[in-house]
Design a protein around this ligand. Structure first.
Ligand code: PLP
Length: 225
């Protein structure tokens, strides 16, 4: 685990330097869906500080078993009826794509502090993908900025699977421009860009990712849905 983390950090650092960025501005989120609690603890002991899960149910059981301290990120699609529970488990939710979800998260008074959220933006046009459409993001962000228990931090996207990771770059740069425009129009600092997975994280770092979400690159195996 230590070696896998080191290898990935090294690759992040090289990509960051290529783009003239400080590697310390890129947070590595270890995606542990399908990985058992013992291995999550191992990852935390090896230096992982951020844990990503895509299902509320799985994360809830795991978080109760994991002893090590970490920041927990929900990266998968969230349903309204699970929002309350999610707000109690996660520190950061990357996948808000509707005002309904945002409201459901913000309404949770059991969260001891405001929950950090990102808007997931769907830029690929692939049928069935979740995420807010780019032309809906400004209105959603405006609504969310007014919700007291939410802290809107930025945007998230999932690039399409492409043969060459460099082909994912236009999607990442599109997310960055959208974030820049939004920040400007709303007068809000939106520091976070959650983009890049095992297959394309170096391209994402070159385009400004502040959070990369890595499962397979750290834990091996086939990527899960
Ligand atoms: C599973 C998942 C990842 C990590 O995927 P890998 O290809 O294993 O790195 C990243 N983001 C989301 C939203 C995921 O569901």
């Amino acid at each position: 685990m230590v070696a896998a983390l080191q290898r990935v950090r090294q690759r992040i650092a090289i990509a960051a330097e290529r783009a003239g960025r400080d590697p310390a501005t890129v947070r590595l989120i270890a995606v542990t869906k399908g990985v058992d609690a013992a291995r999550v603890d191992e990852a935390i002991a090896a230096g992982a500080r951020d844990i990503g899960e895509n299902r509320v149910q799985e994360a809830s059981a795991k978080r109760a078993q994991v002893g090590g301290a970490a920041t927990w990120h929900l990266i998968g699609h969230l349903q309204t009826n699970k929002a309350r529970r999610a707000a109690g488990i996660f520190d950061v939710v990357h996948s808000v794509d509707s005002e309904r979800i945002a409201r459901a998260l913000s309404a949770d008074r059991s969260a001891a502090r405001p929950i950090a959220v990102l808007i997931e933006v769907e830029l690929t046009g692939i049928a069935g993908r979740t995420g807010a459409r780019p032309d809906a993001v400004a209105e959603l962000a405006r609504g969310m900025a007014a919700m007291e228990d939410l802290q809107l931090k930025g945007l998230m996207t999932i690039a399409p699977p492409v043969a060459d990771p460099s082909e994912a770059k236009p999607f990442f740069s599109r997310l960055r421009s959208l974030r820049d425009e939004l920040g400007h129009d709303l007068g809000l600092p939106l520091p976070e860009l959650s983009m890049g997975m095992s297959r394309d994280f170096e391209a994402a770092v070159e385009e400004g990712a502040t959070m990369v979400r890595l499962g397979t690159a750290l834990f091996g195996g086939m990527p899960l849905a």
